[in-house]
Write a protein that binds this ligand. Structure first.
Ligand SMILES: Nc1ncnc2c1ncn2[C@@H]1O[C@H](COP(=O)(O)OP(=O)(O)OP(=O)(O)O)[C@@H](O)[C@H]1O
Ligand SMILES: [Mg+2]
Length: 242
């Protein structure tokens, strides 16, 4: 599909306790683009991101990031190699201010003002609540803090798990604009999102998971142009869980 992939998962299996969750995931994320991961509830999308980050350990298979096998690496080393992860549940430190939340995410010393301004342009609420404890913010605002944390330094690859959940439409638009601009700046993004209408214009490639495997992978353009494939895959991704 694409020769230059920044991230490749080959035959990845993940067990959580006694459960066999990922059952041979093959996933290719082309460098510099935005890849979308779709799939119904429980398909294994979050488990895939957590396995990439080393938060679950793959029991079989290989994960290669930027030419390096990261399958056995510790989470902190994977982050240091250049992957940022925005989890599904808003990962903020409630007792710390917005500023402190961003500061903690900056591995290389103080915040760079130009970058902070850029983030706050997308998410003005961050500026407004800059010195407020993040725990006092609304769900959508916490989500913005979580995304701001991931953007505070340039990364090679951004993993984002359902960022639009609970966000007002105007904020979703800001987020789409932020992703489009990140893409233009050569950050690769792997975006888990169930809202197909949001990602159809944004995604370059799309993979659809079902039952712990990737059931379809291809270009977003091909999926958008093929109504019957869309119906089959979206049926798959939107089908009621269990
Ligand atoms: N800590 C855990 N212990 C046991 N089973 C788990 C755990 N985490 C996830 N699972 C199971 O693994 C499967 C995949 O879950 P996962 O969270 O990866 O799905 P998902 O595609 O992200 O779903 P959603 O769209 O609802 O977020 C589900 O059946 C889930 O119940
Ligand atoms: Mg999930």
């Amino acid at each position: 599909m694409h020769d230059d992939c920044i991230l490749t998962l080959s035959g990845v299996h993940t067990h959580i306790g006694q459960y066999h969750i990922l059952q041979g995931v093959d996933l290719r994320v082309p460098r510099g683009g935005l890849s979308v991961l779709l799939g119904r509830n429980g398909a294994g999308k979050t488990t895939t991101l957590r396995t990439i980050m080393g938060m679950w350990r793959a029991s079989a298979g290989r994960i290669v990031f930027d030419g390096q096998d990261i399958s056995a690496m510790a989470t902190a080393d994977i982050a240091r190699a250049g992957i940022a992860y925005v989890p599904e549940s808003m990962a903020v430190f409630s007792a710390l201010t917005v500023r402190e939340n961003l500061l903690l995410a900056a591995r290389n010393g103080p915040l760079e003002q130009a970058r902070v301004d850029w983030i706050c342009d997308f998410f003005p609420a961050l500026k407004k609540f800059w010195d407020v404890a993040a725990g006092n913010l609304s769900g959508g605002q916490k989500q913005m803090v979580a995304i701001g944390r991931a953007l505070v330094e340039p990364r090679k690859l951004l993993l984002v798990d359902e960022p639009t959940k609970g966000l007002a439409p105007a904020i979703v638009d800001s987020l789409i604009a932020a992703f489009a601009e990140l893409k233009a700046q050569d950050t690769t993004i792997l975006l888990v999102e169930q809202n197909f209408s949001m990602v159809r214009a944004l995604g370059d490639t799309v993979s659809v998971m079902d039952d712990g495997r990737v059931a379809h992978a291809g270009s977003m353009a091909a999926l958008v142009a093929d109504a019957s494939l869309q119906q089959r895959l979206l049926g798959l991704s939107l089908e009621a869980h269990q």
